[in-house]
Design a protein around this ligand. Sequence first.
Ligand code: SF4
Ligand code: SF4
Ligand code: SF4
Length: 303
Amino acid sequence: MEKLLVTAIQRFSTHDGPGVRTTVFLKGCPLNCFWCHNPETKDLKNEVLFTPADCIGCMACASVCPSGAHEFENETHILRRDLCMSCMSCVSVCPSSACEAAAAEMTVDEILREVIKDKVFFGDNGGITLSGGEPLIRKEAVELLKAAKDMGLNTTVETCGQVPREILIDALKYTDFFYWDIKDTDSARHKLNTGAGNEKIISNLILADSMGALTAVRCIMVKGVNTDDKNIRGIAKILSDLKNCKAVEFMPYHAFGGSKATLLGLEDNGDKSLIPSDEEMALVKARLAELLKLYGVSNISVL
Ligand code: SF4
Ligand code: SF4
Ligand code: SF4
């Protein structure tokens, strides 16, 4: 079985599902949201996080790099990511941590050995949450969920929904709860801002719901992008068709992704002007609550 790429294991999380949880962030995502706050989880391959300020210029990286990706010009160290083959050799020889791996390669057993250390804190309903990136693009994530269930752990998955249907159907057997992103109900705008339309995401959500999956829908609100009334009406319509959705959580865009983006050689995408105000968030929530009432939906909390 292929190893999973783990960007972080976050302990004592209280926002990623019921109870106290250990959240495992897996690398690789089929979407490319411009507001992504975890840019190091997007690429399917492992990547070098490069901090030029920590480089002492020893050139050990260049001596082991099989593709000549580390270039030194006039005492400036340039990492040519277009040449990088993700072998991580430079990471293993760098003496100053200027080169670090974005993710660790781990087997299902290795991940669970880490997670189970926290079992005493899980209580009755805590457990493991898979996040990312998108956990359900790799079938190995289903093996992880299955093994976690075998250990008696509660399992939660945070998904963007743009996942292969056969993996989703398998994952449904071993997942107690899903956080399911709806980023925009306007498919053309969804494609413009995330790289893909929303049809598969919504049809997968409807399928999962019809198969009994318990969900909370998550909507990241990006000011001037998806905070319009048409989108809120679209969300209300989708929710009104779900039988097993327990809540909808509106979360404001935040600008924390930028600093990580620069370590990956990407443009800093943190833009504070896209953060909705508290008043705007309150209006969005009130509008959705009003629409759900009109649809006769009473089982979904608006958070
Ligand atoms: S990961 Fe491998 S290919 Fe990429 S820069 Fe480092 S040594 Fe070179
Ligand atoms: S091995 Fe590390 S410290 Fe040495 S030149 Fe490369 S990045 Fe800089
Ligand atoms: S779905 Fe999540 S991880 Fe993937 S690009 Fe969008 S914000 Fe980033």
